[in-house]
Each structure stands twice: as C-alpha cells, then as structure tokens.
Design a protein around this ligand. Structure first.
Ligand SMILES: [Zn+2]
Length: 382
C-alpha cells in the first residue's frame, strides 16, 4: 500500500516533506541589516527573504548580545557595521557554514534585549527585530517627564507635539522620495521651538529622532508630561496624485464621520504594524485609579475641547495652505485616545502630490505650518 502511494502520489509526499520542515528547503537570505538609535534603546533589524530560527545569549563582559541564526543561505558582505550611538559600538555578522550564521551586537553597556520576528506585511519582508533597551534610561526619561509635570509654574500650559511614524515606518512617501517621518519631525521641532518662546507655554516632543514609538507609547508620553494639549503631526498620502491640501482630524468613538476619514485612520493605525511595535506590558497599563464613569466623563470633555481646537487650527492653516476639507473629520485614531487630553491630528499637506511635496520640503512652508499650529494653541488657551 505504502509503495503504491509512493508511485501514484509523489506530489503528496513532497508536500508532506515541505510541511514537516520548519523552514523552506531553500533557506532564507539576509538581504539587509539596519539600525535605529532612540534615547533609551537601539533597534537592529535584519531583512530576510523567508523565516529563520534563532537563539540568543547575552554577556556582560564584554557587554554583547549574540544571536545564532539557523536556516540561512546567504548573507550580505558587509563586514563590521560601525554604529557608535548611545548603546552600540558595532554590529558583526559572520557565516558559520551549514546554514548557520552569528550576529554579534557589541555594546557599550549591558542591556535588556527584546527579540522578535515580523512576518511580511505592507510591502515589507520577513524581519528579525532586536531591541536593546536601557531600562535605567527608560525609567529616567519617564521620571523626567513626570518631574516636568510637577515643577511647572502655576498657569503654565503643557503641549506635546507628536511627529508621526519614524524608524521602520516612513509614513507616506512622495514622488521625490521625501518621507513623511522626516518632514513631520522638522515641523514638530519648529512648532515646539516657537511654542517655548511663550513663557506661559511648555512644549515637548514625543519623538526626537528617527526611531519608532508605538502609538500607545506616544499617548503614554503625553500623559506622563501631564499634557494639556496633544497634536499629532502627519503628511497625507493618496493613490490619487492630484489630492492635496491640509486637513485636521479628531477622535471618534462611535465610528468615522465618513469613509475617507475611516480609511485614513486605518492607514495611520497601521503604523504599529509597519513600525514593528512590540508592546511591553508597561505601555499597556492603564491608570487603575480611574474608574470607567470618570473616564467617560473625561473623554467626553476632552473630545469637545478637541473639536474647539481643531476648528481653530483649520482657521489658521487655511491662511497658509488650501484645506482638503473645510471642517474637521473624525475617526478612531489610536494616537488620539488619551481620555484626559484634548488631542488632534493634523495632516499638513499631501506628500504624494508634486506641488505639496515641494512645499513640505521648504523650510519657509514648514515654518508657516508650525506658526499656524502655535497661533491655534494660543487661541485655544485664551
Ligand atoms: Zn501619517
């Protein structure tokens, strides 16, 4: 009987063999090694043509993290990659033969590692992500944000500006390859600088460089600062190259105001997937002292305030750039979900439109957008 299966069903046998094998018979190629430096961690990403297996060990002296990779057919000939950021000295990848390779991350100090794989998604390949985290620094940054909340002089308003995307997640990309993550960081820095010239204001950024923060993490940062106002900054993207203009969005808990707003929220919420979010338990914890009724009341009030703020941003922005929509739109944006902070999301212009992309790259236009947000903030608190 067995032999007759072999004769008549060779294809079935082959399929069974492939299924039993934990990774494709051909193995995976490592196509690239990339890294991003954040204030409290460094992220290293291996781009892979298929799934692999890995095992990690870390040492304290000298401080390093080693990852033994199995199921590798070829690797890039890069030699040592110099990093020299806060935490890493260099990255070394060597071929051990027989489908094995070793990745060594030479560190400045011992660090906590979080290693995980990401499946292909939204145009990205298989990836192995290694986050090396300075838990001490992470705690210090959090304490410093909470200290800012404590030491603020009476009457000072705290505004947190959130440049969208970063690191693995470029956001929208223009015809001239301008990336949303870079443009919104520039506009956000300008906005914070202008706001801090007013002594009754204190403004902070959620992200200070090219690295990724999960959406929930951005909300948490704003809450640690005790923000009175939160602005998430973005630049829009569309399949239609004619689409252009600025728009402003608020949270909706009951469904989107229209289909376009829903699609945009879905796209912005994708950031967690694209950016390779690995949520550690701390970033999910809610304030246990807040009960649901209180939370609902707060959320209601914050949303009303958000609408008022959104209207005043629209008033200001239309003086410097045509509006895509004359009124604010609503959808379920994760980054706008702080129950106690009025929050809006601004799409400064369309990166996928040639003319808007040209403007977004101009320092003068970035200044104008920043200034219109500042004027709206000042009006909001009057
Ligand atoms: Zn965006």
């Amino acid at each position: 009987m067995g032999s007759s299966i072999l004769k008549t069903r060779p294809l079935l046998i082959l399929v069974l063999l492939v299924l039993c094998f934990p990774f494709p018979l051909s193995g995976a190629t490592i196509t690239d090694i990339r890294f991003w430096s954040a204030p409290d961690h460094t992220r290293v990403v291996l781009d892979l043509s298929g799934p692999i297996q890995y095992e990690s060990t870390s040492r304290e002296n000298p401080p390093e993290t080693r990852i033994e990779l199995t199921g590798i057919t070829s690797l890039p000939k890069k030699g040592d990659i110099e990093v020299k950021d806060n935490y890493l000295l260099k990255i070394n990848l060597i071929d051990l033969g027989k489908g094995k390779a070793r990745l060594t991350l030479h560190q400045k100090t011992p660090l906590q590692s979080n290693i995980f794989t990401l499946k292909p998604d939204l145009g990205k390949t298989h990836r192995l992500v290694i986050d090396l985290i300075d838990v001490g620094q992470e705690k210090k940054d959090q304490e410093e944000r909470e200290r800012q909340r404590e030491v603020r002089p009476k009457g000072t308003k705290i505004v947190v500006i959130d440049p969208g995307h970063g690191g693995e997640d470029p956001g929208a990309v223009g015809p001239r390859k301008t990336m949303e993550k870079d443009i919104v960081l520039k506009i956000a820095q300008k906005t914070v600088h202008l706001l801090n010239r007013h002594k009754e204001m204190k403004a902070f950024l959620t992200r200070k460089g090219d690295y990724f923060i999960p959406l929930e993490g951005r909300v948490r940062i704003a809450r640690e600062y005790g923000a009175d106002l939160f602005v998430s900054l973005h630049a829009d993207g569309s399949f239609n190259p004619q689409a252009r203009g600025s728009s402003v969005y608020c949270l909706s808990l009951s469904g989107a105001s229209d289909q376009a707003a829903k699609l945009l929220a879905d796209k912005e919420n994708m950031s967690n997937i694209l950016g390779g979010a690995f949520l550690r338990p701390a970033s999910l914890s809610k304030d246990p002292q807040l009960n649901q009724i209180l939370l609902d009341l707060m959320q209601n009030n914050s949303m009303k305030e958000s609408f008022r703020f959104a209207e005043s941003i629209l008033e200001e922005i239309k003086e410097v750039h045509p509006l895509k929509f004359q009124t604010y739109r609503q959808a379920n944006f994760i980054v706008l979900r702080a129950p106690d902070i009025p929050s809006v999301l601004v799409e400064a212009a369309f990166l996928t439109n040639k003319e808007d992309e040209r403007l977004l790259n101009q320092s003068g236009f970035q200044d104008k957008i920043a200034l219109s947000i500042v004027n709206a903030v000042l009006k909001f608190f009057k």
